[in-house]
Design a protein around this ligand. Structure first.
Ligand code: FES
Length: 571
């Protein structure tokens, strides 16, 4: 328990001297009376609202609801902005800036006189970026997510964010959809505030946050515009004040067990491959041991949630079927005991949960697919590992041997992919280099490169693709991702040539380049790293310090935490 005198915020607002005067007086220009500085919990509301992050456009309203709850519980809410990352708007990729957001969040929390923090995020990188930053300071912390958009609707059918963009765009390339129809679908896809309503990275991360007990139950799936999300934000405001009083800091909630529960939940919901780099990075900040090995859960967990891209429904359906409490109930016998922000075991999150549509959320013993989860691949082509998402892949390609066709970088791929005489067939393995953390930079979501036009026209819809890139959580295909070390860090990927044979075995976890060690050593002698794409600013800092995908692609000097109270004053 903490009391008024020992609160962190009192080091700012409890001092009867020049410094206390300065801290309080300037805050009073917003109309706050004397008594709000009396030692009550001061709650920071860390907001990633931005008009350039459309997925987070509802967070301004939710912040007001959090404030209601904080005031009601006797706390003092203060909202502050941090950098926002609009996945669909930023170039070269929002992932380049995830670590910058994490730095912003960390330093804002540390520098200001707050006792607890509510993280308002949603769009893909905002949730992990905020959690990484918060973990490095370790105050009482709760997440309120944006919530998904309403289901997309077009020509009387449901259409899903991202997933149907990829499908429609391939249909246009194949000549099965007119450009006019393609453009018309655009307005029907994104119909309300909120994040992608497929089980993309945003809803995946929100689901995993719920599985880790870092938000109130039901936070993941309630639509952004559902009044119950506003109520949940209000209740979160109340709960964070109690957490400060209980001294329930983030490290008393987030643990190796809760992260392992997130890995299990990711399999059950058919979650995004991006969860790997995010969970590893969060664990690194929290000084919790977690490695790619922990993602090797094989066929232990079946696919339960029938949402795009692994299934057919959308997040609104998932919500109405019962949402994450039902998933956690189905997984209960597999989950590790782990604390939550309610200071109760995670099993409490599924108490009373009821499934209202078993076609949307399947039972553990009658799953949608028997073995879900990501597979970790290793071999001479990925000595530090690579991943594949079998639930979004073609069954017949999960065991495959084929000759490589290599694109040296993204520009090379774009220039060649539509050539009518590209020498490829459906057994070819497309290899893309230069898209890892250092290379692009920022490890963009381009791993699901398009099927070459000459094959699309023959009706080919999937083939094995290998790269050091990521892929959108809304995407699908037999796509090997996160190859580490990346090409620009001198990984074997850099040495692959067109015509080399590659063997993929998702079942055995193998990714092998069938070229002798001697030949690879010879090629390495002639390999020269591409010059970096940036020579100054944050991007240079990123290129110089980013770690590889197998450890979460955080910056090396940001790993770990610093929970010290800053004692030096500014004046
Ligand atoms: Fe923001 Fe999908 S683009 S959640």
């Amino acid at each position: 328990m903490t009391d008024k005198k020992t609160r962190r915020s009192q080091a700012w607002y409890g001092k009867q001297d020049k410094d206390g005067f300065i801290h309080r007086s300037w805050m009073k220009n917003q109309g706050f009376p004397d008594h709000v500085f009396d030692g009550r919990p001061i709650i920071g509301i860390c907001n990633t609202w931005s008009e350039l992050t459309p997925c987070n456009s509802g967070l301004r309203d939710l912040a007001e609801m959090v404030k209601r709850g904080v005031w009601e519980a006797g706390g003092f809410p203060v909202e502050f902005p941090v950098m926002s990352l609009g996945e669909t708007q930023m170039k070269p990729t929002a992932m380049l800036f995830r670590n910058l957001l994490a730095m912003d969040v960390e330093e804002s929390i540390r520098a200001y006189g707050i006792d607890g923090v509510v993280l308002l995020g949603g769009c893909d990188k905002t949730t992990p970026g905020q959690l990484m930053g918060a973990a490095s300071v370790d105050l009482p912390t709760i997440v309120v997510s944006s919530g998904p958009m309403l289901n997309g609707k077009w020509q009387g059918k449901d259409i899903g964010s991202g997933t149907d963009v990829w499908k429609f765009s391939e249909s246009v390339r194949a000549g099965d959809m007119s450009l006019q129809d393609f453009m018309a679908a655009e307005s029907g896809m994104s119909r309300s505030a909120g994040v992608c309503m497929t089980m993309g990275t945003a809803s995946t991360m929100a689901s995993l946050v719920e599985a880790m007990g870092l938000c109130l139950p039901t936070n993941a799936a309630l639509p952004a515009v559902d009044a119950r999300r506003a109520a949940l934000a209000h209740l979160t405001g109340k709960r964070i004040v109690e957490m400060v009083e209980e001294d329930l800091v983030m490290s008393k909630v987030l643990s190796r067990e809760s992260l392992k529960n997130a890995i299990l939940a990711n399999a059950a919901v058919g979650g995004s491959s991006n969860a790997v780099v995010h969970l590893l990075a969060i664990a690194g900040r929290a000084e919790i041991e977690l490695s790619l090995k922990d993602f090797e859960i094989g066929g232990e967990i079946p696919l339960l949630v029938n949402c795009m891209p692994s299934g057919k429904y959308l997040m609104e359906d998932f919500c109405y079927a019962g949402g994450m409490p039902v998933v956690l109930k189905e997984l209960q016998h597999k989950l590790y005991p782990a604390n939550t922000i309610l200071n109760k075991d995670i099993s409490s999150y599924s108490e009373g949960a009821e499934c209202f549509n078993y076609d949307v959320i399947h039972r553990f013993d009658a799953p949608l697919k028997p073995a879900a989860g990501l597979r970790v691949l290793r071999g001479n082509l990925a000595p530090l590992g690579a991943i594949i998402k079998p639930s979004a892949a073609s069954e017949h390609l999960l065991e495959h041997r084929g000759s490589a066709f290599v694109f040296e970088n993204i520009e090379d791929m774009k220039a060649k992919i539509d050539l009518p005489d590209l020498p490829v067939d459906e057994n070819t393995i497309l290899v893309l280099k230069g898209c890892g953390p250092k290379g692009y930079p920022g490890m963009p979501e381009v791993g699901n490169m398009p099927i070459p036009r000459c094959l699309v026209e023959k009706g080919i819809t999937d083939m094995v693709r290998v790269s050091d890139a990521r892929m959108s959580g809304t995407a699908f295909g037999t796509v090997v991702l996160h190859v580490a070390p990346e090409a620009n860090a001198g990984g074997t990927l850099a040495l692959v040539k067109t015509g080399d044979m590659i063997r993929l075995s998702a079942n055995d976890g193998v990714l092998e380049l069938e070229v002798s060690d001697d030949e690879l050593a010879e090629r390495r002698k002639h390999w020269k790293p591409e010059p970096p794409h940036y020579s100054r600013g944050y991007a240079k800092l990123y290129i110089d310090h980013v770690m590889q995908a197998d450890t979460g692609a955080d910056l090396d000097f940001l790993v770990g935490k610093d929970t010290r109270l800053v004692t030096r004053e500014s004046h």
